[in-house]
Design a protein around this ligand. Structure first.
Ligand SMILES: [Mg+2]
Length: 224
């Protein structure tokens, strides 16, 4: 059986919150805003889940920024790939998974330019088999379609089972369960009160990779 691992991107393989804070600091600097504004921007961001059009409409209004919302968003999408980081340890972990026979793919919601930019700038493009970005495919997590595209591109099929690893209780954990996959939730402490019922809960993606490498049995297969 092909072992398939589908990873979320933001706040799973790359630290979106950290990259966003760096962007906010630059933005504040460019527009003569103070440190309080940086905290306001970080709070508005909602760990990346406030739709970006709404974010930039709010930013324009709150800080009296000149220019169009779409232009502010476009500048953000050009900059974010340069600010995103993926630790070497994480890339090495993905390489180990593939060496051990796993197929590895990224499944992410977002605009194609921004998400692909991050996948490439962090070197993740060289250590995974495939990716599916909602903005390029016209279907979003937690819908089955985006997982299916990633699986097919990685040379696997959803019917054979696998794992979804991510930080979002609905997009990743509920989404993964809905396609019959086992799930590992990266609990960063940002979704208070959510109990998504994953098969495993960890605080960092390297721990999740460790679980997969440890040769866990496929819990879904056991249930069947
Ligand atoms: Mg995420």
């Amino acid at each position: 059986m092909t072992r398939l691992a589908l990873f979320d991107l933001d706040n799973t393989l790359v630290d979106h919150d950290e990259a966003f804070r760096r962007w906010a600091e630059e933005f504040a600097d460019d527009h003569g805003l103070d440190a309080e504004a940086v905290e306001r921007l970080v709070a508005l961001n909602g760990h990346g889940y406030l739709p970006r059009e709404a974010l930039f409409a709010q930013v324009k209004e709150d800080f009296g920024i000149d220019g169009q919302v779409e232009d502010l968003y476009a500048a953000y999408r050009r900059r974010m790939p340069r600010l995103a980081r993926c630790p070497q340890q994480v890339r090495d972990g993905l390489t180990r998974l593939r060496t051990a026979g796993w197929r590895v793919a990224i499944v992410t919601n977002g605009r194609a330019d921004n998400q692909l930019g991050k996948i490439r700038s962090t070197g993740l493009d060289e250590v995974v088999d495939a990716w599916a970005v909602s903005g390029a495919e016209g279907v979003r997590k937690p819908e089955r379609g985006l997982f299916e595209i990633a699986a097919t591109r990685a040379g696997a099929s959803l019917g054979a089972g696998g794992w979804v690893i991510g930080d979002h209780p609905v997009m990743d954990v509920a989404g993964g369960r809905a396609i019959g996959f086992a799930t590992i939730w990266i609990d960063r402490g940002t979704w208070a009160g959510q109990e998504p019922a994953p098969d495993h809960t960890v605080t960092d993606v390297t721990e999740a990779i460790g679980i997969l490498l440890s040769g866990v049995e496929h819990p879904i297969a056991e249930r069947r």
